[in-house]
Design a protein around this ligand. Sequence first.
Ligand SMILES: [Zn+2]
Length: 64
Amino acid sequence: MYSRTQNDNGTYNTRCLYCFMTVASAVETPEELEVEEAEHLCPEKALAYMLAHDRASDEHAHRN
Ligand SMILES: [Zn+2]
């Protein structure tokens, strides 16, 4: 989920809709946007993953 905008000079910006961080700015091609977006390590998604992982290890601890 990314919000792409185009600048007056024809370059692009892309912003992550989960963490609202600007992933890339002044990117010249849509192909490069794809690359930048793919490389974005979203802190919001990482947090959600960590919380899910914590829950899983808690359940494991209770079983022991
Ligand atoms: Zn993000």
